[in-house]
Design a binder for this molecule. Sequence first.
Ligand code: 5GP
Length: 190
Amino acid sequence: MQLLKDMIVTKGRVDSEHILKVDGFLNHQIDVQFLNEIGKEFKERFKDQPVTKILTIEASGIAVACMVAQYFEVPVIFAKKTESKNLDAATYESQVYSFTKDRYYKIRVSKRYLGSEDKVLIIDDFLANGQAVLGLKEIVDQAGAELVGVGIVIEKGFQQGGKLVRDQGIRVESLAIIESMKPGEVVFRP
Ligand code: 5GP
C-alpha cells in the first residue's frame, strides 16, 4: 500500500535495535484519516471472507481493528493483557512473548464474546516474530472458532513471524513488508 509506505518513509524512525517507531501516526499519536484508509484496504483484501469478529491485542492494535471493523460492520474484541475485575472469570488464555518488552505476558478474552460460530479476522499493527498472532490464534482455537485470516499493517520481513504464521496455512495480508532497515533507510519488499 503506497500511502502506508510513504508514511513510513516520511514519519517513521528506525532505531538501533531493529524497531521501527511509528508513534507519529499509529502507536501514540493516531492519524485517524490515514487509519481509515488502512481499514478500507483490509476490507478490500478480505471481502471474500464472512468475518463475524475482529480480534486484536491491546493497546496498539485496537485503533486499527476498529477502522477495519466499521467496514465489516462487526464487533472488535481486544485481548486483555492485565487481570481486572471488569473481565469475566471465564476466559480463553494464552501466553505471548513480547519482542519489544523482552518478556512473557498472558492475554485473555472473555468466553462471552467468542464462540464456535465465529469467523475471526485477526488484525495487528506489526508482525515481527509472530508471537502475538500465534497467541491470538490459540484463543481462536480454544473458542472452536474459525480463523479466516490475519491482517497486518507493517510486517518486518527480516524476522521469522511471517514465515511461522504462513507455514501454519494461515492467510496473512500485510500492507507493507519491510525487507531491511537501518537508521535513515527502509527497504520494502516489492
Ligand atoms: P511479534 O509478536 O510478531 O514478535 O510482535 C508483534 C507485536 O510487537 C506488535 O503487536 C507490536 O506491538 C510490537 N512490535 C514488534 N516489532 C515492532 C516494531 O518494530 N515497532 C513497533 N512500534 N512495534 C513492534
